[in-house]
Write a protein that binds this ligand. Structure first.
Ligand code: PEP
Ligand code: MN
Length: 294
């Protein structure tokens, strides 16, 4: 992938300069780069290519036993990237906050065991280097989409960033947050739609699938969908994952647990191991219908 040349941008003249000086997104726009960005990871995994990227794993890393059982099953079922939170942004300060550094170490061990690249959340600017030492992709959670010091710090590292849409963020605000990362030097950004807050109470959030074709028109960055946090309900994950692929998403990220009833975080929205294998199988014809593979 071509690195963004910040010096060249500063030298832009005419219309390009006017676009640069407006307050909207530029470097992440289709005008700036007409070809879609493909983010390459180790082990032949990439995001944004013709092949849909499947990211799966527990909401939180809980123990070595838990992570090993889930990771092996996901690998066998064909997942491409392992997810798992070590630093957990919880609504209540009394809820499980994650295993932190121990969790990062367990994730790195699972990469060794399974070969799957790992994605995990970084919550604060001072932890960026620590998380980058272990993870293949750094996740910025919905609550931090507008944490500008964090965005600037992940903009200075050389690892891909999975940026989740703020739960009340417009698409323009979302792209401007991506712009923070890219304008600080890191062009490897993956956008993630994870549902927005509406008046609807039947679902945890409301999945805004129309963002996919909108982003495809406005930006060259890949976009994936997280139907787990978008719906909050296990039974809605499979239909919404299929809908996301049908709408042109470059991948999906789903929460999976070996024992959802006992999960420390987000058990209600976690697929069982066998549900995930079934989903992988059923996504194939949906992807094929839109000219893609899984
Ligand atoms: C997560 O993916 O673990 C998570 C906390 O998601 P979000 O930031 O979208 O709520
Ligand atoms: Mn979760």
């Amino acid at each position: 992938m071509q690195a963004i040349d910040l010096k060249k941008i500063k030298e832009m003249q005419g219309v390009e300069r006017i676009i640069l000086e407006s307050n909207s997104f530029k470097l992440v726009s289709r005008e700036f780069r007409s070809k879609p960005t493909i983010i390459k990871l180790n082990g032949n995994v990439n995001i944004g290519s013709n092949k849909i990227t499947i990211i799966a794993g527990p909401c939180a890393v809980e123990s070595k036993k838990q992570l090993l059982e889930i990771s092996k099953s996901l690998k066998n079922a064909g997942a491409s990237i392992l997810r798992g939170g070590a630093f957990k942004p919880r609504t209540s300060p009394y809820s499980f906050q994650g295993l932190e550094k121990k969790g990062l170490k367990l994730l790195a061990k699972m990469r060794e065991e399974t070969g799957l690249p790992i994605v995990t959340e970084v919550m604060s600017p001072e932890d960026v280097d620590l998380v980058a030492n272990y993870a293949d992709i750094l996740q910025i959670g919905t609550r931090n989409m507008q944490n500008y010091s964090l965005l600037k710090n992940v903009g200075k590292i050389n690892k891909p960033v999975l940026l989740k849409r703020g739960m009340s963020a417009t698409i323009e605000e979302f792209l401007l947050s991506a712009e923070y990362i890219v304008s600080n030097g890191n062009s490897k950004v993956v956008l993630c739609e994870r549902g927005i807050r509406t008046f609807e109470k039947m679902t945890r959030n409301t999945l805004d699938l129309s963002i996919i074709p909108i982003i495809k028109r406005l930006s060259h960055l890949p976009i994936i969908v997280d139907p787990s946090h978008a719906t909050g309900k296990r039974e809605l994950v499979e239909p919404m994952a299929k809908a996301a692929v049908a709408a042109g998403a470059d991948g999906i990220m789903v929460e999976v647990h070996s024992n959802p009833e006992k999960a420390l975080v987000d058990g209600n929205q976690s697929l069982k191991l066998e549900d995930f294998s079934k989903l992988m199988y059923e996504l194939v014809p949906v992807a094929r219908a839109v000219g893609r593979g899984v």
